[in-house]
Design a protein. Sequence first.
Length: 201
Amino acid sequence: MALVSALLQADFLTTFLAMNTIVEGGDEYQAKKMAQDIKKFILTGQTTTTDTGAAPAGSYSGKSVGTMTIDNSQLEEDLLNTFNAKYNDDDLADHMATDIDNACKDADTVKATSSGTVTTPAGVSSNFSGPAIGKFAGTKTLISTPLKTCFKSMTGMLVGGNELYAQVLATAIDAYLKAGKITVNLSVPPFASGSGSGGIA
């Protein structure tokens, strides 16, 4: 699995083009579909972390691999509130970025399996693995800044606005996720303690 921004761009464009034929409920449709599109995209990524800690038999070192998800229902609600507020372009960009960031930084959004070795005090090593649970932290200006530029460029555009919006937003979310940090705690049991850090790609 891997994050590929072109896939999110295609989903966004389908959403935006469908809105051209919606007479009523456009904001509701956009909020719902965008939240679904973003969750679908995040689930295509793979989280990896480098972990250290302790197990009952000794010290542990390893790596975790897993997935990240979001609560798309909450994101849908937040985006709809943002769209209904009718902000100016810069404020709209800031609030959209905040909504997405809030969804991504929720606790326990990352589920992974950490695999590595336990080394006893006597120096004997053996394979060991267990669950890791964690969260994501990102920089929301990586979303808001490109959006502000995009909205300015879209002003007065007669054609191509949907395509530009889909491309910029997808690229911004992709960059935001890949630049962010994943942190996990090694679940007890089977670990005695432990943590790790890494990212999603």
